[in-house]
Design a protein around this ligand. Structure first.
Ligand SMILES: CC(C)(COP(=O)(O)OP(=O)(O)OC[C@H]1O[C@@H](n2cnc3c(N)ncnc32)[C@H](O)[C@@H]1OP(=O)(O)O)[C@@H](O)C(=O)NCCC(=O)NCCS
Length: 234
């Protein structure tokens, strides 16, 4: 099963990219206080419209998205491509914005900048008991990187469900950070461990990234740099 992954740096906020946003998205854009957050959001929407329009053979402005939250209906949920079987997921962190797209399989992507964080405390909240045992055995100097490996992998799975962190992170147990990504146990009905397939993505030592799909077959990941695509959109 093909999974396209597109990487972009946050783009300049040009009028042409802004024009691609619908009314609801313009409201969200305006609601971000930090310029960096505005541009990450704008870049994510440009990526979706640019990539989906190529796939469907339509103009970027004709791609209609519905980001209604499954829980409250507000437009901050997982984007859906209206009228298409294409499935998309977006993530942004640091210098990267990433889109994953499949045809027909629920997909989640996450990228995380490896940054200063109280990783032992966070692991205590987000990891399952077996994960915590493994995590505590990791040498201290490797623990920060390992934490973000777990985090990106878990968040990718949660985003594939469409419910995000509404699904309690500690209910999933993943394979160790230095093994291939895999869910080894699930205490939530949202994640059937026989149906989830994962693949790590590599953006260098300062980042961790992963995709997860609900599919019978392993994802064949095709990675692309989106610089030219974004430029072509204006
Ligand atoms: C989805 C979520 C994990 C994203 O976390 P994050 O690390 O801050 O951000 P990321 O950059 O990795 O991902 C953000 C993107 O996830 C997507 N997203 C939002 N909600 C999502 C969901 N429920 N499932 C999958 N993807 C979701 C969006 O595309 C969003 O980017 P955009 O708003 O610019 O389009 C987190 O926001 C979340 O769990 N949201 C749902 C929480 C919840 O319980 N909602 C119900 C209460 S109203």
């Amino acid at each position: 099963m093909r999974c396209d992954v597109w990487w972009a740096h946050p783009a300049a906020g040009t009028p042409a990219l802004f024009e691609l946003l619908d009314e609801v998205e313009r409201g969200r854009y305006a609601g971000y206080r930090r310029e960096a957050d505005k541009l990450r959001f704008l870049t994510g929407r440009a990526l979706i419209r640019g990539v989906v329009s190529r796939e469907l053979g339509i103009a970027p402005g004709e791609v209609v998205l519905d980001s209604s939250c499954f829980e409250c209906g507000k437009p901050h949920g997982k984007p859906q491509v209206v009228g298409s079987t294409l499935e998309v997921s977006i993530s942004h962190s640091g210098e990267w914005v990433v889109l994953a797209m499949t045809d027909g399989a629920s997909v989640g992507v996450d990228v995380e900048e490896v940054r200063d964080a109280e990783v032992d405390g966070l692991a205590g909240i987000c990891f399952s008991p077996p994960e915590l045992t493994t995590f505590k055995s990791i040498p201290e100097e490797e623990r920060r990187g390992a934490f973000f490996t777990y985090w990106a992998r878990k968040e990718a799975v949660l985003k594939a469900t469409g419910k995000g962190m509404w699904v309690v992170m500690s209910k999933l147990t993943l394979a160790a950070h230095d093994e291939p990504p895999r869910v080894t146990a699930s205490e939530t009905t949202e994640v059937d461990i026989t149906a989830v397939r994962m693949a790590d993505l590599d953006r260098g030592p300062g980042y961790r990234a992963c995709i997860a799909v609900f599919s019978d077959s392993a994802p064949k990941v095709d990675e692309h740099e989106a610089g030219e695509l974004i430029t072509s959109l204006g």
